[in-house]
Design a protein around this ligand. Structure first.
Ligand SMILES: [Zn+2]
Length: 225
């Protein structure tokens, strides 16, 4: 019993002490660092950063993302942007500018840092730009059978649509034109890794409505199609 008590005290000191030798990516009480190696604690830190606008902005600033913090937009009960930012770049990769929620910007940054970059390197490419086709859009869901009654996650900027990757040499890999082309391997790897950072992702594989973009959504149940 005494040894368990001492162990708990030891772990508490290691985690909570300001001069803790524990690297921050292993310390659940520390803020997420986008650049840090991924650990099982990353998810805990990510959850906190995506749920709190102030922490989210702090984490993005620390990474050197370029964005403006804007006041909340409240159009109606169903249409709003909370923790609103105008995002221009994550790391070295230009995005937009696009108005979205801070947690969407954060997820994009994690995807760029830990997914796109590696997928591009493996394919001998360097991505310098993400082309989007919008995040906030006060509308209901669209299906292949027409409209639906539910509000789209775009109505609260809880999703973003990415239509192309810009490369260092100026080329643009657009999902519509290149999904089955010579860089199909990279595009599919980028799509797969987006599912690590977004909870619902719909690609050109899903249906014709998504032939020209990846729909990346913060809420959902692990759908990656
Ligand atoms: Zn979408």
């Amino acid at each position: 019993m005494v040894s368990i008590t001492l162990l708990v005290i030891g772990i508490s000191v290691a985690v909570l002490h300001p001069d803790s030798p524990l690297p921050s990516q292993w310390n659940p009480t520390k803020d997420l660092s986008i650049d840090a190696p991924l650990t099982p604690i990353t998810r805990v830190q990510m959850l906190r950063a995506t749920r709190d606008g102030a922490t989210c902005a702090k984490v993005l600033h620390a990474y050197g993302a370029r964005f403006d913090e804007l006041p909340n937009l409240d159009r109606s009960e169903n249409c709003h942007i909370h923790d609103r930012v105008r995002l221009r770049a994550v790391g070295d990769v230009r995005v937009g500018p696009v108005e979205t929620r801070c947690d969407i910007a954060l997820r994009l940054a994690m995807w760029e840092r830990h997914g796109i970059r590696r997928a591009a390197q493996a394919a001998g490419l360097r991505v310098t730009r993400l082309f989007h086709q919008g995040s906030y859009n006060c509308r209901k869901i669209r299906t292949t059978r027409g409209g639906a009654d539910d509000w789209s996650q775009h109505a609260t900027a809880g999703a973003i649509d990415i239509r192309a990757f810009g490369l260092e040499d100026g080329r643009q890999l657009a999902l519509l034109r290149h999904w089955d082309g010579e860089n199909a391997g990279f595009l599919r790897a980028a799509w797969r890794t987006s599912c690590d950072w977004f909870k619902l992702v719909l690609s050109p594989e899903y249906n014709s409505l998504h032939a020209d973009h990846l729909h990346l959504q913060a809420s959902g149940w692990g759908v990656c199609r």
